[in-house]
Design a protein around this ligand. Sequence first.
Ligand SMILES: [Zn+2]
Length: 432
Amino acid sequence: MLSLVVSVQSYAPGASVTAPLTASRSAAVRMMSDFAEEIGIPCEGDCEAIYTKLPESVKPGVVTGQALVDLLDYAKETGFAIPAVNCISSSSINACLEAARKNDAPIMVQFSSGGSQFYAGKGLDNTNYRAAIAGAVSGAYHVRAMAEQYGVPVVLHTDHCAKKLLPWMDGMLSASERYFETHGEPLFSSHMIDLSEEPMDENIAICKEYLERMTKMGMLLEMELGITGGEEDGVNNEDVNPEDLYTKPEEVYEVYKEFTKVEGSRFTIAAAFGNVHGVYAPGNVKLDPEILGRSQVYIAEQEGLPQGTKPVSFVFHGGSGSDIKDIKQAIEYGVIKMNIDTDTQWAYWSGIKDFEAKYREYLQTQIGNPDGADKPNKKYYDPREPMRSAEASTSDRLGQCFADLNCVNVCGLNPVQEPANVLGPRRGGLPC
Ligand SMILES: [Zn+2]
């Protein structure tokens, strides 16, 4: 059974950033309340939508600042983790939002540097990571435009940023700083900086610099300790020293001590406990979630916190293909975010594969199929058809992730209604 623990200090208090109630914001609040009624979120006070089960600060749409802290603390207290899914297109984002709505849960949408570049289009020059910056910003605006429509809280995040990728981070932070000037909140909720390949001192020092910059906007930093093995997004850690796959509690405490010195800072730690990116044959990955539990105990002792306190919020990388027992145990030890990439990559692809297998004979020529030599095949090779199959398959697979992470029915939304498609695809969206 999960113990109910009130977390302290993993995010130092104070410095909460709230948006000024400008005219555009109050108009947005009114729009939101109409829409909130439709999807069954009750309204309160200024007619702002509130979820019955989540902290009051958490609203539909992208969650930042204090609302993000409240959401993650609530997850740790009540024993669930939020799936963080690597997205590469509006299609994969929509599949995530759909899955979150169906499972009545918050979700994290994240972009890797490669995924960001892909979002911009691989035909665009990526010198100085300019395409990756533009792609991440574009994806962020898509999430911001659509998350409220699905009625779910979304944490907008980016994945591994190694030292050489820091210009990508700088570009995204500049975009958030500009967004902050107008809207009183950052464009992104949080970012990950992964300097686990660098010496420990350098990892902490550089991350701390970024943490200071991000804290001014109420942003959260995820940092990595130890190395996640395997291969992802072109980074190959298949041959690292096995010892580096396991973090030590003393190292976690060192990060905790340094980061809590930044007033008002919010951070999570992706502490390696044998995690590997990718899916391998059973027996090849040896996870040791006890490392997380021992770290919490060690830090609580060092800081004189009450027994059972979980001072740190952990992130689980390389979770695809993990034993459910390890996942549940990791959540018990303070994991509030689990990254999902490989399993949804497979789900997206298998949706396309199954579609092709089902309609193979309708997909070989523009005209002519088993129903007749003069029958057109347009409605089968329209890219929306295989892509929709991929989205549905991804959304279904995510249902299993939400269940594994105890992240089902956590918002208190009404059941999803059958979508009403006003215009069929064959009219091309144009009224007759
Ligand atoms: Zn990772």
